[in-house]
Ligand binder design. Structure first.
Ligand SMILES: [Zn+2]
Length: 276
């Protein structure tokens, strides 16, 4: 079913031990055309080769997605909670996560991946020490991305305007505000006055708030592909369903869909398939 020439889910985790390509087939069946595939944290790998294995797995998964007729943006990088995994393995999280950033930048510069993430702060309350160290890792990621103009995908707890402004200030010092996107943002965040791009969860309510805000946004499911918890995650066809909702409910739907599925993703990721 074609809803629009481009229907892009800006954040999905797909993994071999989950529903894997069945999730992608569903996405396609409902009219999806492209996804941002973000590496799925995997703590069964040894710390030494953790990131190489993780990134290779993500690149392979993307190839399988492509062979199902869906285009991919590939996002690789350390996840904020990796911090505790390294700590529990008696390894220095800063050393290993910075190393993971270096490797991600290498994959991106080699053309094997497109964006760095999801990086930032744990989404639950943490000690000041962990907060500061997470900040140090994020600054390192921004510095690394700046050298090559790499899109950066941010994972944080819910933020108020003050929280966004802190990130914006960090970005001004270490990178560029317009190369950073906050994933899993609330649609109500769009009313805040800051220039961090927001990717909001594709719920009906969020669509209404986001469209009304007239601000730039992307849509995502933050789909976590796990067989243990079916029904607990937002389904993989949610973005195509919301695309159809926009088409049915807004007279200027072409303008809206062009913006969120072509113009903004192309501006941010610079992948040609958005414009073809
Ligand atoms: Zn996240």
């Amino acid at each position: 079913m074609e809803i629009f020439k481009s229907v892009f889910d800006n954040f999905m985790h797909i993994r071999r031990s989950g529903f894997y390509m069945d999730s992608i087939k569903l996405f396609k069946q409902y009219g999806g055309t492209s996804v941002n595939l973000v590496n799925f944290p995997e703590y069964s790998y040894e710390p030494e080769n953790h990131y190489r294995k993780l990134y290779d797995d993500t690149v392979k998964t993307a190839a399988d997605i492509n062979s199902n007729g869906i285009n991919t943006v590939i996002t690789v990088g350390p996840y904020p909670l990796d911090y505790f995994y390294f700590l529990n393995s008696n390894k220095d999280p800063l050393y290993y996560m910075k190393d993971g950033i270096d490797l991600a930048v290498k994959y991106i510069n080699d053309g094997r991946a497109d964006a760095l993430g999801e990086i930032g702060y744990p989404h639950f309350s943490i000690s000041e020490d962990v907060y500061n160290r997470s900040g140090e890792i994020l600054e390192y990621a921004m510095d690394s991305c700046r050298d090559y103009d790499i899109p950066l995908i941010l994972h944080t707890a819910d933020m108020d305007n003050q929280g966004y402004l802190q990130i914006e200030n960090m970005a001004k010092k270490h990178y560029k505000v317009n190369r950073i996107i906050k994933h899993h943002a609330n649609a109500t965040d769009l009313k805040y006055e800051n220039n961090i791009l927001k990717s909001v969860i594709a719920s009906r309510n969020n669509i209404r708030i986001a469209v009304e805000s007239k601000n730039d946004f992307l849509l995502e499911t933050d789909y976590t592909d796990q067989k243990e918890k079916p029904g607990k995650v937002i389904p993989p066809y949610s973005v195509p369903k919301r695309a159809l909702m926009i088409k049915n409910e807004y007279s200027n739907y072409e303008e809206i869909l062009n913006k969120i599925f072509i113009d903004i993703p192309y501006r941010f990721y610079r992948k040609d398939f958005f414009t073809l």
